[in-house]
Design a protein around this ligand. Structure first.
Ligand SMILES: Cc1ncc(COP(=O)(O)O)c(C=O)c1O
Length: 382
């Protein structure tokens, strides 16, 4: 671990950043999904080298070498064979699923999502005048699993299913069997699968991520898979992501729906993404070990010191979904913001209730401890 430093606290208020700028000084931000860690050295080096070339014109459809690196990664990490031409570069996963909805749904169509879920997924149906059909994930006690009966019913006549796997905010990773059942239900109903897999690389222990499109060529033909190096390597501000669309017709329709809104990716983001995929793995392994220890530390401290909070250790992501209903705080987000000076994401923004908050543990251990200390103190002073 000594080769990588995840412990040093970096003053992020010196540069503009959503995470640290939204709340006044004195509030500890544990909300938006970026981490308080420095970028991996191979990425910093690649960016510096690129800066030595003084021209920053349009990047075009993206470098062939990066397409090759993505195809190699899919094979190596997931045993999924794709062709480099299947890749479409984008400025983000959020633009990607919005573009997919423009391409594959008409106003008035039904879009199925599982709740709670990442707020822009919740908002996407409204962007395109679609009717959103919510399928609540089964409760924590039942492992936040997919409610297949309900999902199958909801998919009847739906244009698309917008899957989030690994799941934000619960951190659950869908099993191969669950994914097969979801995919079969979508194929039977004719719904296109739009799969946001941005957290695919931040998975702990023996759990494995399975891209839903990797299950079979038939499923791949109906799926738009959205990924990025941005969460794993903490480069979200470089605005670069990619869609993997093996079916040429689906890919053509997806690209045609761009309408000038989200074409191409940032030239520095492409460089950073390639450096991450080609040379970032040792850093990633160290990061995962650190995050997993943070997760275990968080769960252990909450269980010991705030047993009124229910938490299931996330299998993936650096996000934890806290059920505070037993504490009877009213609006839990407000309580922790006002009384503990810790900023989480409020449950209702995910389609959950206000007893839930989402905590981001992608930070130095000392910062995580500071957040938990503040929570414990505020609760003791109630
Ligand atoms: C599930 C999910 N999808 C997408 C994003 C953001 O994607 P992008 O910044 O590439 O638009 C996030 C960020 O937290 C996320 O959690």
């Amino acid at each position: 671990m000594a080769a990588y430093d995840f412990d040093t606290v970096i003053d992020r208020r010196q540069v503009p950043t959503s995470k640290w700028d939204r709340y006044p000084e004195g509030v500890l931000p544990m909300w938006v999904a970026d981490m308080d860690f420095p970028v991996a050295e191979p990425i910093a080096t690649a960016l510096r080298d690129r800066l030595d070339h003084p021209v920053f014109g349009y990047g075009g459809p993206g470098p062939a070498s990066l397409r090759d690196a993505i195809a190699a990664d899919m094979q190596d990490l997931y045993g999924w064979t794709i062709s480099p031409v299947d890749v479409v570069f984008l400025p983000g996963v959020v633009p990607g699923f919005n573009q997919a909805l423009k391409a594959f749904a008409q106003p008035g169509d039904r879009l199925v999502v599982e709740t709670p879920v990442y707020p822009p997924i919740l908002a996407a149906a409204g962007n395109w005048d679609l009717t959103r059909v919510d399928v609540p994930v089964l409760p924590v006690a039942q492992g936040c699993a997919v409610d297949l009966d309900r999902l199958t019913g909801a998919l009847a006549g739906a244009a698309a299913f917008l899957l989030c796997n690994p799941h934000n905010p619960t951190g659950r990773v869908r099993t191969r069997a669950e994914l097969a059942a979801i995919a079969n239900a979508c194929l039977s109903s004719g719904a296109v699968i739009i799969s946001d897999e941005i957290h695919c690389d931040i998975v702990y222990g023996a759990v494995r991520h399975v891209p839903i499109a990797s299950l079979s060529p038939d499923i791949a033909r109906r799926t738009i898979t959205l990924m990025a190096a941005s969460k794993t390597y903490n480069i979200a501000g470089l605005k670069t992501a990619y869609a993997i669309i093996p079916d040429p017709d689906l890919r053509r329709r997806f690209i045609a729906a761009n309408l000038g809104m989200s074409e191409g990716a940032n030239v520095l983001g492409l460089v950073a993404t390639e450096a991450a995929l080609r040379n970032g793995r040792p850093w990633k392994q160290a990061l995962l070990a650190y995050l997993e220890a943070n997760r275990d530390h968080l769960v252990a401290r909450l269980e010991r010191e705030i047993p009124g909070i229910r938490i299931t250790a996330p299998e993936a992501t650096y996000l934890a979904w806290l059920d505070c209903s037993e504490l009877d705080l009213g609006d839990a987000y407000r309580f922790f913001l006002d009384k503990a000076k810790v900023a989480f994401n409020p449950g209702p923004s995910f389609g959950g209730d206000d007893h839930h908050v989402r905590l981001n543990f992608g930070c130095p251990r000392s910062m995580l401890d500071e957040g938990i200390d503040r929570m414990v103190k505020a609760l003791s002073q109630r």
